[in-house]
Design a protein around this ligand. Structure first.
Ligand SMILES: Cc1cc2nc3c(=O)[nH]c(=O)nc-3n(C[C@H](O)[C@H](O)[C@H](O)COP(=O)(O)O)c2cc1C
Length: 211
């Protein structure tokens, strides 16, 4: 059910069989393409708490196994602990020699996703849906994001005084990396790499994904 006038009007037109073209609305494909994992950010850009809230708001609209909705979200902007939070995270595991993020490019805002229930495969599916939905929302509002699972949960829990288990972190900001997707056949080396200052991400081509 559409929740604002414009969407209600579009829904009515669609129901009447009319094609509705929305100007300035990015297609899903363009959001997906722009939704790259950035590991360097413009630290002069300050992400506001309301932007983080807008990103988390997607969680009121997404699917959830048994509709259990066990995820909860701790917001950190630069002023509330985000400025030095990156020290808990491990970025760019395939490029250890780069020690990412490079000093001066650390993300300053984060959404720490916690669980109210023990982590099960279903909770992890919910987590993936949530993280990707939030990353797409970040892109829609002109930001970028990075999903991070490589961190010491207990250290994060202690530092933030969390009563819930942190399952993942979404770093948010204005990404400054040049990132390209590289189409590859199945069975290729899928590790990302750097070439001439561009971060290259191999993606298996469609024909090899189909069974
Ligand atoms: C579940 C999950 C966990 C991830 N954890 C990390 C992480 O701990 N550190 C990191 O630098 N990137 C992490 N990433 C980002 C991936 O490395 C990234 O998605 C992959 O290299 C493909 O790049 P792309 O997102 O631009 O397509 C994670 C991504 C996912 C989906």
């Amino acid at each position: 059910m559409a929740d604002n006038y414009l969407e209600r009007r579009e829904e009515a037109l669609r129901t009447a069989g009319r094609v509705v073209m929305r100007r300035n609305t990015p297609s899903l494909d363009s959001l997906l393409l722009r939704n790259r994992s950035h590991r360097a950010y413009d630290t002069s850009y300050v992400v506001a708490k309301r932007q983080l809230e807008a990103i988390v708001s997607v969680n009121t609209k997404i699917p959830s196994g048994r509709n259990a909705q066990t995820l909860r979200f701790k917001l950190l902007d630069a002023a509330s602990g985000g400025a030095d939070f990156c020290r808990f995270l491990h970025l760019g595991g395939y490029l250890p020699e780069l020690h990412l993020p490079t000093p001066g490019t650390e993300p300053q805002a984060f959404i720490v996703v916690c669980g109210t229930a023990p982590e099960t495969p279903v909770v992890d599916i919910d987590l993936g849906i949530s993280l990707q939905s939030m990353a797409l929302k970040a892109v829609e509002i002109g930001l970028n994001a990075l999903i991070v699972r490589a961190f010491d949960r207990q250290a994060v829990r202690d530092a933030l005084g969390l009563e819930l288990e942190p399952l993942a972190v979404l770093a948010v900001g204005k990404g400054i990396e040049k990132i390209e997707l590289v189409e590859v056949p199945s069975g290729s080396d899928l590790r990302y790499y750097r070439r001439d200052g561009v971060h290259c991400v191999p993606k298996v081509r469609l024909e090899d994904l189909l069974l």
